[in-house]
Design a protein around this ligand. Structure first.
Ligand code: NI
Length: 187
């Protein structure tokens, strides 16, 4: 079962989310919801999806941040529950990002190059994990969704918001990094 994806303007995208309790985490309702999120992400062909994007206030997101499979298949969509960013590098890097809640736009977003994230995984374990470059970017994008923050809020200039259809005219077909829409191009 796939879920409708909230589009820019829906109030749910601007609300803060609520942490899950261990009981909620193990409930069949929650498991079914996560499965529906997975199917929605799969169908959208994205690399990440946060609960508010499917009209939920749970503090969770899915993100494909592992290594690609041996045949180049995309990494699995991992579940991040009640995440907290514990630390971040000084260095920030700006890249163009897409978002499934407004796929018509690309936004140039500065993000920390490296972060340390704490979260609960699908089995209920608390994990601390260091992420760098594209995986760090995807996680920061999804984390922002849990705080009601969108890429357009992070743009340092309105010149850094463009229509995706005009991307080639603006910066050629290379050097795009698009959480939630496409595989990144290397620096
Ligand atoms: Ni997004």
């Amino acid at each position: 079962m796939t879920l409708p994806i909230a589009q820019l303007g829906q109030p749910i995208l601007r609300r803060e989310t609520s942490p899950l309790t261990p009981d909620e985490l193990m409930s069949p309702e929650f498991q079914a919801f996560v499965q529906a999120m997975r199917e929605t992400l799969q169908e959208a062909g994205g690399v990440g999806l946060a609960a508010p994007q499917v009209f939920s206030e749970h503090r969770i997101f899915l993100a494909r941040v592992g290594a690609p499979g041996p045949d180049g298949e995309p990494p699995p969509a991992e579940l991040f529950i009640n995440p907290t960013i514990l630390a971040a590098s000084e260095e920030r890097v700006a890249r163009w990002e897409g978002c499934l809640s407004f796929p018509e736009l690309l936004v140039l977003v500065p993000r920390w190059r490296q972060i340390r994230l704490q979260y609960v995984d699908e089995s209920g374990q608390t994990i601390e994990r260091d992420l760098m470059d594209f995986p760090a970017r995807v996680v920061q994008h999804e984390y922002d969704h849990l705080e009601g923050i969108l890429t357009i809020d992070r743009a340092e200039s309105t010149l850094h918001i463009i229509k995706a259809s005009e991307a080639e005219a603006v910066f050629g077909s290379r050097s795009r990094s698009e959480p939630e829409s496409q595989e990144p191009t290397e620096d």
